[in-house]
Design a protein around this ligand. Sequence first.
Ligand code: ADP
Ligand code: MG
Length: 959
Amino acid sequence: PGRVRVAVRLRPRNAEDLLSDADFADCVELQPELKRLKLRKNNWSSESYKFDEVFTGTASQKRVYEVVAKPVVESVLSGYNGTVMAYGQTGTGKTFTLGRLGKDDASERGIMVRALEDIVANVSLASDTVEISYLQLYMESIQDLLAPEKTNITINEDPKTGEVSLPGAVTVKVQDLDHFVELLQIGEGNRHSANTKLNTESSRSHAILMVYIRRSVPEKVEDDINSQDRKTKSKLPLVRKSKLLIVDLAGSERLDKSGSEGLLLEEAKFINLSLTSLGKCINALAENSPHIPTRDSKLTRLLRDSFGGSARTSLIITIGPSSRHLAETTSTIMFGQRAMKIVNVVKLKEEFDYESLCRKLETQVDHLTAEIDRQQKLRESEKYDLEKRLWDCHDSFNETRKNLVTRSELLEQKNTRLELDIEEALAELNCQKDQNSLLEDKIADLEMSLKQNKQNQLENSTYQKVLADTTQMYEKKIAELMKQLEVERAKSESAEEQLDATKKLSDEHKKLIQHHEMENSKYQMALADTTQMYEMKITELTKQLEDEHTRFEGAQEQLDLANMLLADYQNSTQGQDETSELRLKLEEMYRLHESTVNELQSLKAEFKDQIQEKEAISEKLYAVQEKLSAEEKRRKAIEHELVNLKKGAPEGDKHFEDKKSYMKENIRGTSLLGTSAILNKSGTLRVSQSAQRATIAKICEEVGLQKIIQLLTSEDSDVQIHAVKVIANLAAEDVNQESIVEEGGLDALLMMLRSSQNATILRVASGAIANLAMNEMNQGLIMSRGGAKLLAKTASGTDDPQTLRMVAGALANLCGNEKLHTMLKEDGGIKAMLGMVRSGNSDVVAQVARGLANFAKCESRAMVQGHRKGRSLLMEDHVLEWLIDNCNTTSASTRRHIELALSHLAQNEDNARDFISSGALQELQRISNESSREDIRNLAKKMLKSNPVFQGEMRLGQQ
Ligand code: ADP
Ligand code: MG
C-alpha cells in the first residue's frame, strides 16, 4: 500500500499533431483494459509497459481525479501526508490535469480544485483548519505566488523529525471553495507576471501547492480502559496535522535540444537542476541505492517525504501521441516505470493539542473561581441567617424567663396571703371553743343550785311563799337562761359550721398551693429543657459554621493551586519559546561545526580513496594488459581456424549462413541467432527478440565494441560478415548508436559500401546504416561522409531486393532532415530511390514512398516556418510523374505515403504549374474525394481550396 502509484495520461491529438504528423501513426498504443501501453521504437519493433492506470485521450477530468488523487486526499484527511505530482513534456497536459480552474464548466476542473472541494466538504471549519501556500520554484529560487514580493524563500528542515517547512511563505486560511479558487487565480496571475518580468516561460518553472490540514481527534469513550487511563487521555486532547502537496513540474524535455532560448550552458543546467536531481533520486530509490541525493536541489528537498518518505504519493505522467517526440515520450515513460518501484512507509502524525488544553484549563479556572465566589456568597448569607435566628431565640428565651418569674412571684404572694387567712380563721375557732366550754361550766353550776333550792322548800314550808316567789323568780330566771343557752347552742352550732367551712377552705387553699408548686416545678423543668435544647442547637450551628469555614479554606487552596498551575504553564510555554529559539541557534551552530568536521573527514577520505584508486588502477592496468595479449592470441587462433574452415567449406552465401552457428560458437562459445535477424524476409524480428538482444549485448560487453568494429576492417570477409551483422543489430538500439559512431563504426560501414564486392556485406552494411540514419545527429555525419553517393552506388550495382530495401530505408530516413535535402539531391539520392523501383519489390516501393512523403513533408514544414522558398527539389527528378504512376499500388501504406507526398507538395504554390502540367492536380482532386483516410482527404481538400492557381484551373476545367 505504500508504493508510489503511477498513472499515464495521453493527450488527444491537437491541430499541430494532425497537420505535421498525419503521415505517421501514433508512437504509442494504449491498452487501458490491461493497464498497458505499447511504445513503437522504430519501424519494426515496439515495447510494452505496465502502469497502475492508463488514461486514453478521452478520459474525463473527474475519472482522473478519482483514480489518481482521491485516495491521496482521503488519506490526507485521516492524518497522513500526501503528494500528487504531474511529470511530462511541455504541452502534454500537466497543468490541464492539475491546475485547470473550470470556472465556466465545472466538469473541466483539475485535481487542485477537486481536492480542495473534497477537503472543505469533509472538515468541520469550527474545530479544524485548512491553510494553503502556493509557490513557484525557478532557477533554484522559491517565490511566493500569494505574496510575489517574497522571492527567495528558504527551506527549513527539522533535524529531529525531518519535517520540511517554509517559514517565509505566506499561509492563507481557506474559508470555502470560492475563496480557494480566487487564491489560485491570484497565484496564476502572479506567476504569469513574474515570468513575463524574468522573460521566462512557465513551462520552465515548478508550481507547488501546499495544503496544511489540522484536525482535532474526537475523544473516544473506551469502556475497557480503566478510568485512570481515560482521565489522563481526556485531559490531553490530540490533533492530527497533515500536508498535501500538489506539484505541477516544469516540462521534462531536454533544454539543450530546444536550445532556442539563447541561454548560457550554465544557466541551462541551473534551470534543469531540480528536475535532473529529481530523476537521480528516483533512480537511486528504484535501485535501492544506499545514498539518495535528496540535498542536491530545492525540489528534492521539498519532496523528501513524497518519495521514499512517509507520504502517500501518486504520480501522473503525461504524454503526447506524436512520434516527433518519441525520445521525450520514451524518457517520460521510463521515469514513470522507475517511480513505480518506490515504496513509502506511510505514518500517522498525532500530537497533544497544548493550545486547546490551555484554553480548557483557563475556562476551568474561570469556572472554579466563579463557583468559589458563589459558594462564598451563599455561606455568608447562611451565616447571617443563622446569626439572626440565634438572636431571635435569645430574645424569645429571655421573654419566657421573665414571664415565668413574674408568674411565680404572683403565686407566692397569693400563697402567703392564703396562709395568713388560715391562721386567722384558726385563731377565731379556738376563741369560740373557749367561750363554749365556759358556758357549759355555768350551766352545770346553775343546775346544782336548782337542786339545793328544791331541798330548802321541803324543809321550810314557811318559807314557802318566799320560796314560791323565789322559785317563781328562779323559774323565770331559768327560762331566760334556757333561752340564752339555746341561743348559745345555735351560736356554737353556727360557729362549728363556720369552722368546718373554714377548714374546708383551708384544705382547698392547701391543694391550690400544692398545684401551683407542681406547676411551678414543671415550668422550671421546661425552662431547663429549652435552655439545654438551645444550647445544643447553638453548639451544632457553631460546628456547622466551622465546617463550612474549613471547606471554604479547602476550596481557596484548590483555587490557589489551579492559579499556580496556570501561571506555571504560562511560564513554561513562554520559556519553551525562548529555549526553542536558543536551541535552534545552538543546533544551527552545531550543524555548522558538524559540516566542517564532515568536510574535513570527507577530504581525508577522498585523499585515501585517491591513493587506493591509484593502486587499483595500476593493478587493473596490469590485468588489462595481460588480458589484451591473451585476447590477441585468441583472435589470431580464431582467424586461423576460420581460414581453415573456409578452405573446407563450399562457396556461397546460403551455405555460409547455414554454418553460422558453428562459426559463432567458435567466436564466443554461444549461439548467435540474432545476427541474421536483419536478413529476415519480412523485416521484423520473429525470433525471441530480447533473448537475441541480450546475447548481442553480452558479446558486445565481453568482446568490446571497439574490437568488433576493428573486425569490420579485417581482411577475411567471413570475419567481416559476422562483425557487420553484430554491428547492424547493435545499431538498431538507440543507446548503442552514439558509441558505434564514436568508435569509428560508421566510417567502417561506409568503407565497406565503398570497397566491398560481397553481396552479404553490402546488404548488412546498408541495413546498419539505415538503422544509424534513424538518429538525426547521425544523418548529418552520414551525408557529410558521402553516404548518399555510396548508397546510390550500392543501389545501382545490385538487384537483390533485400539490399535495395535496406538502401531505400536508409535514404528514406535521410529524407526526413530538411537541412540535408539539397545535398541529398545533388548526391543522386532521389534519383537512386526512383531507380530502385525497377526491382518491382513492394517493400522497396514502400520505403521509397515513405522517403518521398518524408521529403515533401519536411519541405512544406520549412516553407510554413519561412526557411525555404521556391519550387520543390523533387520536381527536377520527375517525382510527380513517379507518384502518379504508382498511385494505384495495392499496398495501403505505400498508397497513403504517396497521397501524403502529393498533398504536401501541393502546399507549395511554386509547384502549382508542375501539378497542372503533369496531371497531378486531377490526382489530388481524386485523393480529396477517394482517399481511404479522412485526415488525408481533409488535407488534400485544404490544399485545393487554399491555392488560387488550382482554383482558377479547376474553374477552367469545369467550363
Ligand atoms: P503542460 O502543462 O504539460 O505544458 P498544458 O496543460 O498547458 O500542458 O496543455 C497544453 C494544451 O493541451 C492546452 O491547450 C490544453 O488545453 C491541451 N490539453 C492538454 N491535455 C488535454 C486533454 N486531456 N484534453 C484536451 N486538451 C488537453
Ligand atoms: Mg504547464
